[in-house]
Write a protein that binds this ligand. Structure first.
Ligand SMILES: *[C@@H]1O[C@H](CO)[C@@H](O)[C@H](O)[C@H]1NC(C)=O
Ligand SMILES: *[C@@H]1O[C@H](CO)[C@@H](O)[C@H](O)[C@H]1NC(C)=O
Length: 442
């Protein structure tokens, strides 16, 4: 007969195994890979969608909508040449394969598609920007914008600059990573130029993905990986990696949330464990590495003043409040069950997020976006606050599928969506795909 200690030991091994599955592998199978997920065809949804194709509308990872001026801004890098060669997220580090002239910020008049259906697209020319080696081209990824007064907009861009060596030559990014910065530009509404204001360069901002502007020059930015390059990155999907950083306008940045607080529910209630076993259990739990943020992607500031950080691995949107010491406190987690990319509010404050319902296919299409389509999903998250009769407020987040494209027939590889609350249209960008998508409600 086994001794009591042995039984406890085996019980713990089982609990540990269950926790291990719960903490690490369940996310990977159920959420990241989406084993068994039902994906719907685009015909199931009440939208009429079309691709907006133009060489300057290729690989537009992120979009921002000026609701009042009715102008959509897209940060486009080009597919090939362009993002297929230079993209730290999928370890492409061929700096000479970037598009000549670099990325462009493109403006589109959303209420006037024009005869060619291209919404009078035009580039917003950057003035006064010079990169580390005198190169004036930008390498844009996620961005945010703030309207300062009726006529001035400030853009905060993630700029994935290639690293340079002692002779101003490009050096191998696969070894040292990118030399990413956040670059701030100012433009006057209606003009076709934007003026460079400042560059934020900080060792804290190492794999920046997207910015959320706080005001007064300060901002939050997600680092989507644990490190720039190397073996530790490969473990990120399993044990997590990446964080959110707070920066002031003078490049003073610090970690706002390391993302290693244990926010997963335990598979059992520790309070109900017998005291005798508790010490063993505590020991076992202390041996478990804590869950971390897993590929924190395109964060945003909600209309409620809270910060929403979506994960491209576990499908959670973590909700944070900014504290007085400029760190983030986790107050909620919305479990969508689908790997997510950028999240953005519409003019009403509803949040729209692009998601990857079939990650294996998405990864294949990322490597070959000119020939393969990638299934895409758009989710809406609507917050409701009920003041109960007892005076206790209850907050609820309702997650709804707005549209999905099982085959990626029209919406392929979506990474960002902007909802025009006025007309109900969706504008969808993709980090790799050579087009934008616009969907009109039927
Ligand atoms: C890098 O890009 C350049 C320009 O497109 C191309 O000629 C070269 O073959 C690429 N190098 C690699 C290693 O893919
Ligand atoms: C990174 O950028 C800074 C500022 O432009 C520059 O001084 C530094 O040499 C760059 N480092 C690399 C490795 O490119």
């Amino acid at each position: 007969m086994p001794s009591a200690a042995t039984s406890v030991y085996y019980a713990l091994v089982v609990a540990w195994g269950a926790s291990f599955y719960q903490f690490y592998l369940r996310d990977v199978f159920q959420t990241t890979l989406g084993v068994g997920r039902v994906i719907q065809p685009i015909e199931d949804f009440p939208f009429e969608c079309r691709r907006v194709e133009h060489p300057r509308l290729e690989a537009c990872e992120d979009l921002w909508l000026d609701n009042e001026a009715r102008v959509l801004y897209a940060a486009c890098a080009g597919t090939d040449p362009g993002r297929l060669h230079w993209n730290q997220a999928i370890k492409k580090f061929n700096a000479s394969g970037r598009r000549p002239g670099g990325s462009e910020l493109i403006a589109l008049n959303i209420d006037d598609a024009g005869v060619d259906g291209l919404f009078h697209l035009r580039g917003i020319k950057p003035l006064g920007y010079t990169g580390a080696n005198g190169d004036t081209s930008l390498d844009l990824l996620g961005f945010d914008a703030e309207i300062l007064d009726g006529e001035t907009i400030n853009f905060y861009f993630v700029n994935q600059r290639p690293p340079i060596g002692p002779f101003n030559n490009y050096i191998d990014g696969s070894v040292v990573g990118t030399n990413s910065t956040i670059d701030v530009f100012e433009m006057k509404r209606g003009e076709e130029v934007m003026r460079h204001m400042r560059t934020i360069l900080s060792p804290e901002v190492y794999t920046p993905n997207r910015v959320a502007i706080l005001g007064g020059g300060a901002f939050l930015v997600t680092n989507d990986h644990s490190v720039k390059t190397g073996w530790r990155r490969e473990l990120d999907p399993f044990i997590g990696g990446g964080n959110v950083v707070y920066c002031k306008s003078n490049s003073e940045c610090h970690t706002a949330v390391a993302g290693d607080e244990p926010d997963e529910e335990l598979p059992f209630n520790p309070a109900k464990i017998q005291p005798l076993y508790k010490q063993y259990l505590d020991k076992a739990l202390s041996l478990l590495p804590k869950t971390k943020l897993k590929f924190p992607n395109g964060l945003t500031r909600g209309f409620d003043g809270l910060y929403y950080v979506p994960s491209s691995v576990d499908g959670q949107i973590r909700v944070y409040a900014l504290t007085t010491d400029n760190t983030l406190r986790l107050i909620d987690a919305i479990r969508t069950g689908i790997p997510l990319d950028n999240i953005s509010p519409d003019a009403r404050g509803d949040l729209y997020v692009a998601a990857f319902p079939n990650m294996p296919r998405a990864l294949k299409a990322l490597a070959d976006p000119l020939n393969l389509d990638s299934p895409s999903t758009v989710l809406r998250i609507r917050k409701t606050v009920d003041a109960g009769a007892d005076g206790i407020r209850s907050v609820d987040y309702r997650v709804e599928k707005v549209i999905e494209d099982k085959e990626g027939k029209i919406i392929s590889g979506a990474t960002t969506v902007r909802h025009d609350a006025k007309t109900g249209r969706l504008f969808i960008g993709a980090a790799m795909s050579p087009f934008l998508v616009v969907c009109e409600p039927k």
